[in-house]
Design a protein around this ligand. Structure first.
Ligand SMILES: Nc1ncnc2c1ncn2[C@@H]1O[C@H](COP(=O)(O)OP(=O)(O)OP(=O)(O)O)[C@@H](O)[C@H]1O
Ligand SMILES: [Mg+2]
Length: 173
């Protein structure tokens, strides 16, 4: 069970100005506390790493930030706005899942562009951004292929405020 100390909570409260802020967040599955009374804050440009034994609540915490799991109690703010009960598409976050979570029937370029389509980016801007991301990872030649191996840049494509990665140590992102 993930639980940061009350001392840390006090530090967070004084500091303000966070891109992502959790205040006393808990998630219960029945009697099981997956995450309990956790508070933390991440400023723009900061990297936060959640380390802990299997089952301590890392994925659950990331899922709550991204909006895929609703906390039992506590609040989650993004850019100072309470997002606790907002769906993922309203949050301006990107999540790189522990499993690939790519659309197997869509090309690499289409997978990357998918989030931008949902954000209603115009086609020319989408194509420009997809090209930019592919060049960044030196993979423009794979744009039309189906995603047969790890390719996890789609979460970074829309320039989200916060990007979460769940156990993706083997690939650069
Ligand atoms: N949908 C669910 N329903 C019931 N229990 C769940 C659910 N999701 C997670 N849990 C439980 O919540 C606890 C925290 O799980 P979580 O997946 O967040 O851990 P983790 O730290 O990411 O573990 P790992 O390092 O193995 O990925 C575990 O006891 C897990 O079994
Ligand atoms: Mg996990």
């Amino acid at each position: 069970m993930l639980a940061l100390s009350k001392e840390h909570e006090n530090t967070v409260r004084e500091a303000g100005d966070f891109v992502v802020e959790l205040r006393s967040v808990s998630k219960y599955y029945g009697e099981l506390a997956a995450v309990e009374d956790t508070s933390l804050g991440v400023r723009r440009g900061e990297l936060l790493c959640l380390l802990g034994p299997s089952g301590c609540g890392k994925t659950t915490t990331l899922r709550m930030v991204a909006g895929f799991v609703e906390p039992t109690s506590g609040t989650i703010s993004i850019n100072g706005v309470d997002m606790t009960h907002q769906p993922p598409y309203r949050r301006d976050t990107g999540m790189v899942f522990q499993s690939y979570a790519l659309f197997p029937h869509m090309s690499v370029a289409e997978n990357i562009a998918f989030g931008l389509e949902n954000l209603k980016w115009p086609r020319d801007k989408r194509e420009e951004r997809v090209d930019e991301m592919l060049k960044l990872v030196e993979l423009p030649h794979l744009a039309r292929r189906l995603p047969e191996s790890t390719f996890r840049w789609s979460a970074a494509t829309g320039c989200p405020s916060a990007r979460t990665r769940d156990e993706t140590g083997s690939t650069a992102a």
